[in-house]
Design a protein. Structure first.
Length: 291
C-alpha cells in the first residue's frame, strides 16, 4: 500500500540479510519554529497553526513517527496528544503562557493506519525525511520490549515536550522516537547536540502553576507582544526545559544527505530524502530499559 512498505522491502541492499529495521519518519513544521525568544516562539507557533497545508495532517509543531520491522512483527506508531486542541485551549482559555512547554497532556500512541495513511502524500510532496537503520535481531527484541512496555505500563497516556520515556514519565513525539535510537545504541553525541534544545524559560512567563511556578495567568497576547523579553540567564529565576526538536532532526537529515559524508547511505523516494545505515554489527546495549 505504502511508502512505508516500499521502504521496508527496498531500502537495504547493503544489509539484505538483516530482518530488523528501525525507521524514523520526520515531519517538519509548516513554516518553521523560531526559538530565539519567547515572543518569536509565540509568533511562529501562531503562523504554523494558521499556515495552509496540502497534507491531511499538518503537524503544526512538527512530528516524528517510528517504524520497527522485526521479522514477522512490524510496529508503526508515534506519540501524540489525545485531543487535537488541548494545547490551544491551555494557551487561550487557561492562559498558561509558556507553561504549555511543561504541561503533561493526555496522550496516546498513534495507530498504524493513521501513520501509514500520511506517508504516500508526504513522499510526493517532499516536506518529509526519513532515517533508517538495519539492526540485529537482539536489538529488535529490545525495542519491541520497550514499545510493548511503554503502552502496557500506561506511559503512553502522558504527552508533553520534556517528558522522558525511559523514566516512565510519558513522552513527546520526538522523545519517544529518539528513545528507540538510545535503546539501540544508535543515538550519537552529534545527534544529541543537533537534535535537542535546552531553554531557560523566565518564571514570570509560565502560567497555570506549571513547573512549580506561582499560579498566574499569562495570556497569549502578553507572550506575543513581549518583544523585549529574552530567554532567562542562569542567574535569573527560570525553569529549564530540555526537549527534542522535529525541525532540527529534519534539517540534520537533509544536511547530511546533501553533504559529502560517507558514514550514511542515501535514498530518495519520490521527492523525499532519507539516510540509511547498516547497524547490524552495533552491540545491543545491556543497560535496563527503564530508569
Amino acid at each position: 500500500m505504502l511508502g512505508a512498505l516500499f521502504l521496508s522491502t527496498m531500502l537495504f541492499p547493503l544489509a539484505a540479510l538483516a530482518e530488523g529495521k528501525l525507521t524514523l519518519w520526520v515531519y517538519p513544521s509548516p513554516v518553521g519554529i523560531d526559538w530565539s525568544s519567547p515572543s518569536s516562539l509565540g509568533w511562529s507557533a501562531v503562523k504554523n497553526e494558521l499556515a495552509p497545508s496540502r497534507y491531511s495532517f499538518k503537524h503544526s509543531i512538527g512530528h516524528v513517527n517510528v517504524q520497527l520491522d522485526c521479522g514477522a512483527r512490524s510496529v508503526v506508531t508515534g506519540m501524540t496528544s489525545s485531543g487535537s486542541s488541548v494545547e490551544a485551549k491551555a494557551l487561550l482559555s487557561e492562559k498558561i503562557g509558556l507553561g504549555v512547554l511543561f504541561r503533561d497532556f493526555a496522550g496516546e500512541l498513534e495507530s498504524r493506519e493513521k501513520v501509514e495513511a500520511q506517508i504516500p502524500e508526504r513522499l510526493k510532496g517532499g516536506a518529509f525525511s526519513h532515517l533508517t537503520f538495519a539492526i540485529s535481531d537482539a536489538t529488535c527484541e529490545r525495542l519491541l520490549e520497550f514499545h510493548d512496555g511503554f503502552e502496557a505500563r500506561g506511559y503512553s497516556g502522558h504527552y508533553g515536550l520534556p517528558l522522558r520515556p525511559r523514566w516512565g514519565e510519558g513522552a513527546g513525539c520526538s522523545a519517544y522516537a529518539t528513545a528507540y535510537l538510545d535503546l539501540a545504541g544508535l543515538l550519537t553525541p552529534e545527534m544529541k547536540e543537533r537534535w535537542s534544545k535546552n531553554i531557560l524559560v523566565p518564571i514570570d512567563m509560565i502560567g497555570g502553576g506549571e513547573a512549580g511556578s506561582p499560579m498566574r495567568k499569562v495570556s497569549l497576547m502578553r507572550l506575543l507582544f513581549s518583544f523585549w523579553r529574552k530567554w532567562a540567564t542562569p542567574e535569573q529565576e527560570h525553569r529549564a526545559v530540555q526537549f527534542w526538536d522535529p525541525d532540527a532532526i529534519h534539517a540534520w537529515i537533509r544536511e547530511v544527505f546533501d553533504s559529502s559524508r560517507d558514514d550514511f547511505g542515501r535514498i530518495s523516494i519520490e521527492r523525499t530524502k532519507g539516510l540509511t545505515l547498516d547497524a547490524t554489527q552495533v552491540p545491543t546495549p545491556a543497560d535496563p530499559i527503564w530508569r
